[in-house]
Design a protein around this ligand. Structure first.
Ligand code: A2P
Length: 274
């Protein structure tokens, strides 16, 4: 038997040459939620640092060349693995391939994470709202699992609006994970409130988050006063239209937009699709 030939047959599927500034990581698990959404976890490079809420450029070799898209890192900064929550676009240059990954496959990641949905970009406050639609929940999946969020805020409200009920499952799984987690359960306690709503199916909580803010139903349902710039802070992640409309409502309530170099009362980031 020719042992060396056999070894070559089973060589890992990593691209022959990894470009400079790029990590090649191994997929550990994949979970499909609907025909539009899935989550995957992969190895975290030794020494890779990021702040909870940031995004990275994730890629695959498609033919001879790598294709990258921006992905919020859904796992918290302390996690040994990296998690991502992705849409599946049938003709998407990256997601049409990414949705087929399996444990053991190689995913590329550029070395530098970045982003504005970070605690550092907000001034101190008491209540932190995280407004998300669709895969826009990803950066908040990171932040709600980071103890620092609960050191900085007394109350954290995660709103997640999707077209259909099945698309809310990732959010419910996160809440369950936190409730059962060996150290997060105690740190989070009853500080985190999850407010899921649906727009295109019957559900007890129905409607766009912007409509629920305008009517005041969001605040009544949660038992909190309307937005107050002295107390409330916000982070928004969704489609461009959702960002624009939610931002307008926060500004109307007197909150101003911040950035890494100029912390203020709210920050926004587009939920990336590719
Ligand atoms: P709707 O069903 O009324 O369009 P999408 O998958 O298109 O990004 O939408 C995700 C969720 O975001 C849907 O529930 C959608 O509601 C909602 N949405 C879309 N546009 C806006 C907007 N401008 N403001 C608030 N919510 C929005």
């Amino acid at each position: 038997m020719n042992v060396s030939a056999k070894t070559e047959d089973f060589a890992p599927k990593a691209p022959a040459a990894i470009p400079d500034g790029v990590y090649a990581e191994t997929v550990l698990s994949v979970e499909h939620y609907t025909d539009r959404l899935f989550r995957f976890r992969m190895t975290r490079p030794a020494g890779y640092r990021f702040r909870s809420g940031e995004f990275a450029m994730i890629g695959l070799m498609v033919g001879e060349k790598p294709i990258y898209r921006a992905y919020s890192i859904a796992s918290p900064s302390w996690d040994e693995e990296l998690e991502f929550f992705s849409i599946k676009v049938p003709d998407g240059p990256l997601t049409s391939h990414l949705q087929k990954i399996k444990p053991g496959d190689t995913v590329l990641m550029r070395k530098k994470p970045t982003g504005t949905l970070v605690l550092d970009a907000l001034t101190p406050g008491k209540r932190l709202y995280m407004f998300s639609t669709g895969t826009g929940i990803a950066p908040f999946a990171s932040l709600i699992r980071d103890p620092e969020t609960y050191e900085k805020f007394e109350e954290v409200i995660l709103t997640h609006t999707c077209r259909e009920v099945a698309e809310l499952k990732y959010g419910f799984d996160l809440m369950e994970e936190i409730r059962n987690h060996e150290f997060l359960a105690e740190i989070v306690g009853d500080k985190l409130k999850h407010y899921p709503t649906v727009t295109r199916e019957d559900y007890p909580f129905q409607g766009r988050i912007t409509d629920l803010m305008e009517s005041g139903k969001l605040y009544t349902d949660l038992g909190v006063p309307p937005l107050d710039p002295a107390i409330d802070r916000g982070m928004i992640c969704g489609s461009s239209a959702m960002l624009k409309d939610t931002k307008e409502l926060l500004e109307k309530a007197g909150l101003t937009e911040g950035a890494n170099n100029k912390p203020a009362e709210f920050v926004i980031e587009r939920a990336f699709v590719g």
